[in-house]
Design a protein around this ligand. Structure first.
Ligand code: NAP
Length: 255
């Protein structure tokens, strides 16, 4: 995710490579970042001293240790951005010097291809201007919206985890095509383009998804027969349960 952020910011010229320093303890990962033309260091201490914005792109399990390690070096006017799933701004603030601005962001993996969806929330010390600066940074990776932090668990269960649900659906549709005699390549191409086209159709016509379902469902036809089978399989309630499970897990990680 750290690489997606760096690559996205550079691709749209939001910031020069000369103004980014990446800290990663892994020499192998550092090489990946060097290929983008940014400076790399092994220890975050050597990256934060003059930073305007510090993005913490480490796993939730190590974030406490990383923040505690960097805390004394972070400039008083820097914005600290965390993308760690489930970790609250209050928790990060508690590990930093008083009054440090913290902004929490949940990006998603389509950011790697400039089609990310990021949700941004201000901590108690971040000003609206600082929050907007961070939102604009993540807008460079696709779309970014500001939401109240209390909605982060729900938002991340939709857009943060969402690429996994969508990939699972694409795989299921492609396999169903294989079951009906199509080659995997053809079945996957049909599934992917149908997904892409339907998203575009819903967005451009600004219609409710139900309108799209009705438009394809002729009375007594093939699509309504398929929809009947999908409803009988509990697809909708399965999605409700899946999102609720992700929200529960997000709360557990943050506690
Ligand atoms: N993947 C997603 O879809 C997604 C979506 C939204 C948010 N997030 C959040 O993004 C964060 C990163 O996730 P990821 O999937 O990108 O994980 P990742 O691939 O494991 O990346 C984390 C990187 O941080 C490095 N690291 C570990 N300790 C460090 C330290 N002390 N200082 C500097 N770097 C350190 C790791 O190095 P080593 O490999 O050597 O340990 C690794 O290169 C997580 O908090 C996750 O919740 C992920």
């Amino acid at each position: 995710m750290g690489e997606a952020i760096v690559a996205g910011l550079l691709a749209v010229g939001f910031v020069d490579a000369a103004d980014i320093t990446v800290a990663d303890p892994s020499a192998e990962r550092a090489e990946v970042f060097s290929a983008h033309g940014v400076a790399t260091v092994a220890d975050g201490h050597d990256a934060v001293a003059n930073a305007d914005v510090i993005i913490l792109a480490v796993k939730p399990q190590v974030i406490d240790a990383v923040v505690a390690h960097l805390s004394a070096e972070i400039p008083a006017d820097a914005i600290v951005v965390s993308i760690a799933a489930g970790i609250t701004t209050a928790r990060i603030e508690s590990l930093l010097e008083a009054n440090t601005a913290v902004v929490r962001v949940m990006p998603n993996t389509p950011a790697m291809v400039g089609q990310g969806m990021s949700v941004v929330s201000a901590g108690s010390e971040a000003t609206p201007t600082q929050t907007e600066t961070v939102r604009e940074m993540f807008e460079a990776l696709g779309r970014a919206i500001v939401i109240d932090e209390r909605q982060q668990d729900a938002a991340s269960a939709i857009s943060g985890s969402g690429p996994a649900y969508v990939a699972l659906f694409v795989d299921a549709l492609a396999r169903a095509g294989v079951r009906q005699g199509l080659s995997r390549d053809v079945a996957q191409a049909l599934a992917l383009q149908t997904l892409r086209g339907t998203v575009e159709l819903i967005e451009r016509t600004d219609t409710h998804p139900e309108v799209i379902i009705d438009a394809v469902s002729s009375p007594g036809g093939t699509t309504i027969a398929a929809i009947e089978a999908l409803e009988a399989s509990g697809l909708r309630s399965g999605v409700f349960d899946a999102v609720a499970a992700a929200v529960r897990r997000s709360k557990e990680l943050g506690s």
